[in-house]
Write a protein that binds this ligand. Structure first.
Ligand code: NAI
Ligand code: MG
Length: 486
């Protein structure tokens, strides 16, 4: 079993306490690695290193050089993709085909921000005086980044790449369940020319490693993806030092099907929307709203296909759904399956998956509940597993009311051949991302983030870099004379 170290100030180190914790393979319930169990003293060490790196050199590295570092990281990622994809699957459970896809996106993310580095610039303003007025953008300083387990390296990339692009230094904490690919990726930093201390990786738990990072007085900004519950804690804690926060807190996203939608595409899109990556997707289309005329037919078609989804070890290329990430997550999903049985009607799945090769892993059945009322727990709370809640509706207005009746607002999708109806919906859906006749495609060029309680701020695109920048107003007086006031 592989013992890992973490990266602080360019050195591979253990936790100061020497403590470690086990990392599991969710497909087999076996320990696959040990990693340092970082505590507050390690966080202090990492933040000091990041501060020093920022103050003593990194802040003066040119945008062109930062861009080149990012491009080298992208190239290295592509070269090492097969090996890292295998580790991603071993550690997270997701099908290898999805790991390969995700890590391709990691490389694309570094490429995008590598190109953007030299295109970030301020503005010159037309103020009513003989003066030059400018708004210039500067890096915020030291960023703390807290990563979830559903897309381990991709969620890290969404935070690392824009922060390096903007010129920040950082301390990043992967989720305790899935630290391995980030630790592997961090081995590339030195040869790709990233100065020591610019990116520090600390492995640890939320309360002992994440929380001290959020509270740290020398950290200027926290970027977080994870649960709404922890998002609230982070915002409260960050108040003491008034640090900037960006939060991506998942959702209960509606996937809305009108009767005039392409039927085959609809069935496929509904299943993909909530079953891809075992349903462990922040933008999962976990509420499937179906117009009455096709309600029965679509439910039957979805059930038929869901029953044939091939579960198995993610390393098997035929696998379409792997285990969920941890025993804890499996138990959480199974609790919701139990709640669902009381609240609604069960059409498919409903428990832990059984079968050859599934005995030890954290496999749950692709599950479909129907005739779900939007007030039901399974329609209101994020489950983060392969559980679909199907809700019928009668009219466009009903679909909109049900879709927006949620504290969340990350994503929504609408399926119809009527362009007028689609755009009316697009305009009134309260979500940060709206798809028409598709669900889930995500591009580094386009903004990602939530309305309402799904979060604060936007990742990806130029918006992602802006989260790591602050604006300085500069006024240059061009009159060589006293103001003449006194
Ligand atoms: P979580 O929100 O507890 O964990 C996410 C990250 O936050 C991990 O790195 C964790 O170590 C860290 N963290 C936990 N407590 C912290 C604290 N007090 N201060 C600072 N950092 C802390 O998510 P968890 O418990 O793994 O999953 C619970 C539920 O959260 C899931 O069922 C799902 O509904 C939601 N979730 C949403 C995600 C998204 O993409 N929006 C990703 C992961 C989970
Ligand atoms: Mg938690």
């Amino acid at each position: 079993m592989k013992p890992y170290q973490m990266l602080i100030d360019g050195e591979w180190v253990e936790a100061r306490s020497k403590k470690t914790f086990d990392v599991m393979n969710p497909a087999t319930d076996e320990v696959i690695a040990k990693v340092p169990d970082a505590g507050p003293e390690d966080v202090d060490h990492a933040v000091e290193a990041a501060r020093r790196a920022f103050d003593e050199g990194w802040r003066d590295v040119t945008a062109q050089e930062r861009g080149r570092i990012l491009l080298r990281l992208a190239e290295k990622m592509r070269k090492e993709l097969p090996r890292l994809a295998e580790i991603e699957t071993l550690n997270s459970g997701k099908p290898i085909v999805e790991s390969e896809f995700d890590l391709g996106d990691v490389a694309t993310c570094f490429e995008y921000y590598g190109g953007l580095a030299t295109k970030l610039h301020g503005e010159v303003l037309n103020v009513p005086d003989n003066a030059l007025s400018m708004a210039i953008k500067e890096p915020l300083g030291v960023a703390g980044q807290i990563i979830p387990w559903n897309y381990p390296l991709l969620m890290a990339a969404w935070k690392l790449a824009p922060a390096i692009c903007a010129g920040c230094s950082m301390v990043i904490k992967p989720a305790e369940q899935t630290p391995l690919t980030l630790l592997e990726f961090a081995r590339f930093f030195e040869e790709c020319g990233l100065p020591k201390g610019v990116v520090n990786v600390v492995t640890g738990f939320g309360e002992t490693c994440g929380a001290p990072l959020v509270a740290h007085k020398n950290v200027d900004k926290i970027a977080f993806t994870g649960s709404m519950e922890v998002g609230k804690i982070i915002m409260r804690t960050a108040a003491d030092t008034l640090k900037k926060v960006s939060l991506e807190l998942g959702g209960k996203s509606p996937n809305i099907f009108f009767a005039d939608a392409d039927f085959e595409a609809a069935v496929d899109g509904a299943l993909f929307g909530v079953f891809v990556n075992q349903g462990e997707v922040c933008s999962a289309g976990s509420r499937v709203l179906v117009e009455r005329p096709i309600y029965k037919k679509m439910l039957d078609a979805m059930v038929e296909k869901a029953k044939r989804i091939k579960l198995g070890n993610g390393l098997d290329r035929a696998t379409k759904m792997g285990p969920v990430v941890s025993k804890e997550q499996m138990e959480r999903v199974m609790r919701y399956q139990e709640i669902g049985r009381k609240e609604a009607k069960l059409a498919a799945g409903g428990g832990r998956a059984k079968g050859e090769g599934l005995e030890r892993g954290y496999f749950v059945e692709p599950t479909i509940f129907y005739d779900v009322d939007n007030s039901a727990t399974i329609a209101r709370e994020e489950i983060f597993g392969p559980v679909m809640a199907v809700i019928p509706f009668d009219k466009e207005e009903d679909a909109l009311r049900i879709a927006n009746d949620t504290p969340y607002g990350l994503a929504a999708a609408v399926w119809s051949r009527d362009i007028f109806k689609c755009f009316r919906m697009v305009k009134r859906l309260q979500a940060g991302i709206v798809w028409v006749n598709h669900m889930q495609p995500t591009y580094v060029e386009a903004p990602w983030g939530g309305y309402k309680m799904s979060g604060i701020g936007r990742e990806l695109g130029p918006w992602g870099a802006d989260e790591y920048l602050q604006v300085k107003q500069v006024h240059v007086n061009l009159n060589e004379a006293p103001i003449g006031w006194y």
